[in-house]
Each structure stands twice: as structure tokens, then as C-alpha cells.
Write a protein that binds this ligand. Structure first.
Ligand SMILES: [Zn+2]
Length: 341
């Protein structure tokens, strides 16, 4: 029996199609997960539009934001059973002997391969998952919400682990995509005053940030940045990634402030980084997440302290992946979710 899968088959733009694939064969340390819901990520769209800057193992099934049920277990897997409700981390292949893995930063192991680009992802009925990637989904947490644990972890990593936002901080998030809005939501949980900025075309998505108690700004945020004491915002989260947004971030951040760059942009900067030096700014990249972040985010989702409901723009059957991708790509929704038949 074969199952429909959303496959990215070549590096050229638009090289994504629905294909029939076999049910994966699991190894001794893996489980087989029956997928219930998958979030569409900006990186899935980047691979679809060929605007990504990471190596892809073509052909590959897309999708790394997913949750479902364990339906089979490898014979070395312990502590899990058939029927368990789970979500999975994204680092499908790691080198356990790498020094970064040994300190729990396996997400930064250079040999790491993730679902949806390095190994087959979850935009299909069944996915093979190493048991070490799994986390329990509490009974009260729906899969439509739980499948978005991963982007929430990206936000937690950027805002809490890397930017170390404190209560009362003034934070500007650039870009009202899913990661930007979740970063804004996370900064609100940290007790910050938060503005989310975007372009005129982003008004619809910006309005979603208001559900998290954020101010929204179209265009220049300098005035908001300087409102308190004239010096600028404590922290800028660049969730857009274009060169021009980093340039704005350098302008809006206060001296000795912090910029977390979580948005990707393969193009060269084409401007001077001298303001970084002059203002003594910390510029930090933020990538991925690890086990303790996942456990905390699941706790936040399960308790209702963090809700992903405002960002969900719709749930589409897997067969309608193109509509789900297009709605997100056009900015008509913040986050699309897929459901295999
Ligand atoms: Zn993602």
C-alpha cells in the first residue's frame, strides 16, 4: 500500500508535488508515527520557491512540525508504547559523539540532518522518528496546536535562551510571519512591552499580533523604539531576514542592546556594520532548539499560558497542500496546517 506525500524533488523553483510513497521501514531505535497534523513552515515555502540557503537531500518529503500517534516501535525502544500521543523534535540524524551533542546542543551539531530537508519529513501518513526525538503530548492538548510546538520552540530559543528578555524590556519584532508573531508572544510571556513591525501588505498578519497584546507598526518603528527614554529598544528580534531589516534593527536598538536574528536571508548585507560597533550591540543568530526547550514549550501550550490558536489560518487536507502553501506564501494566513487523509 502506498501513501500520498508532499515531496520536494529538485532544487528548481516550484519542484514540489504530491507523490505516492511506501510506508517507511523503521530501525531498532525508531518509532513509526501516524501523523495527525503538520504545520507548514516558512522553510517549507523557501524550499518550494527555491529561496533557501541550506542543503536539501532531494527527493525529500517536506514537513518538520508534526504530531501524531505511535503505531510501531523498534525493538530497542523503551519508555514508549503504541497509541502514545507524541510530537517530534527536528534533528532526525545527529552524531551523538559530537562535543555539541554531548553538552545537549545536538541541534547545533554540524552533521545534523533534519526532517523535511535531510531526511523524509511528515507531510504524509507515516513518518519514521528516532525515539530520542519524541515528547509526550498531554491529553488536553490538541494535535492542531501541538504540531506547532516546533515553531514555538524556535521562538523560545530566540527570545528566552538567546535574547534573555526581561520584564519591562521594550522589544521590537520585525516580520509578522509565524516565527515573528510567536517571538512576540513569547516576549509578552517574559513581561516585555512588544511592538511587531511589517510592511503595508502585512496589515492582516499584523492584526494577529494584537491578540497577544502587542502594538503593531507599519514601516518605521523608530518613534516607538525611542518613546521611553529616547535611546531605542532593548531588543530587536529580526524574524524577517532581509538585509534592510537588519539595517533597521541597528537603528532601532539602544546602545548596549541586543539583536537576535532568527530570519534567514541568503543575500549579502550591502551596508556597513559600523553602528554595531559604535553602539556596542550584541548581534546573535538563533537557530533551532533542544530537549529542555521542548518540554517547557509543551508545558506552556498545555497550561494555556501560550496559545497558538490566533496564528492558525486554516487546516487543509494533505491533497490541498498547494492552497495551504499559497495562502501562507501570499500572507493571507500566518500559519497553515495540513492533515493527511
Ligand atoms: Zn519550522
Amino acid at each position: 500500500m502506498k501513501f500520498a506525500a508532499v515531496v520536494n524533488f529538485a532544487p528548481e523553483k516550484g519542484s514540489v508535488e504530491l507523490r505516492e510513497i511506501e510506508r517507511p521501514v523503521i530501525g531498532e531505535d525508531d518509532v513509526l508515527m501516524e501523523v495527525v497534523n503538520i504545520g507548514v513552515c516558512g522553510s517549507d515555502l523557501h524550499q518550494w520557491t527555491a529561496s533557501h540557503s541550506w542543503p536539501v537531500n532531494y527527493p525529500v518529503v517536506l514537513g518538520h512540525e508534526f504530531g501524531g500517534y505511535i503505531v510501531a516501535l523498534g525493538n530497542r525502544v523503551q519508555g514508549w508504547k503504541e497509541g502514545d500521543r507524541v510530537v517530534s523534535e527536528t534533528a532526525a540524524i545527529i552524531d551523538a559523539g559530537n562535543p555539541l551533542s554531548k553538552v545537549g546542543l545536538y541541534n547545533l551539531d554540524p552533521s545534523r540532518k533534519g526532517f523535511g530537508y535531510g531526511v523524509n519529513g511528515a507531510m504524509t501518513k507515516y513518518v519514521k522518528v528516532p525515539a530520542r526525538c519524541l515528547h509526550h503530548v498531554p491529553a488536553g492538548l490538541s494535535f492542531e496546536h501541538a504540531c506547532l510546538t516546533e515553531p514555538c520552540c524556535v521562538a523560545y530559543s530566540a527570545v528566552v535562551e538567546n535574547a534573555r528578555i526581561k520584564p519591562g524590556d521594550r522589544v521590537i519584532v520585525i516580520g509578522p510571519g509565524p516565527i515573528g508573531i510567536l517571538c512576540a508572544a513569547m516576549a509578552r510571556l517574559c513581561g516585555a512591552q512588544v511592538a511587531v513591525t511589517g510592511l503595508a501588505a502585512d496589515v492582516q498578519r499584523l492584526s494577529i499580533a494584537e491578540a497577544y497584546g502587542c502594538t503593531t507598526i507599519v514601516g518605521d518603528a523608530l518613534q516607538w523604539a525611542q518613546e521611553r527614554d529616547g535611546l531605542g529598544a532593548d531588543c530587536i528580534i529580526d524574524a524577517a531576514g532581509a538585509s534592510s531589516t537588519l539595517k533597521s534593527a541597528l537603528q532601532w536598538v539602544r546602545p548596549n542592546g541586543h539583536i537576535s536574528k532568527v530570519g534567514w536571508g541568503p543575500q549579502p548585507l550591502n551596508f556597513s556594520l559600523d553602528p554595531l560597533v559604535q553602539k556596542n550591540i550584541t548581534l546573535q543568530g538563533s537557530f533551532s532548539h533542544n530537549w529542555p526547550i521542548w518540554e517547557r514549550v509543551i508545558a506552556l501550550l498545555a497550561s494555556g499560558q501560550l496559545s497558538v490558536q490566533p496564528i492558525i489560518g486554516g487546516v487543509w487536507p494533505l491533497e490541498q497542500w498547494h492552497t495551504a502553501f499559497e495562502e501562507m506564501h501570499q500572507g493571507r494566513v500566518v500559519k497553515s496546517i495540513l492533515k493527511p487523509a
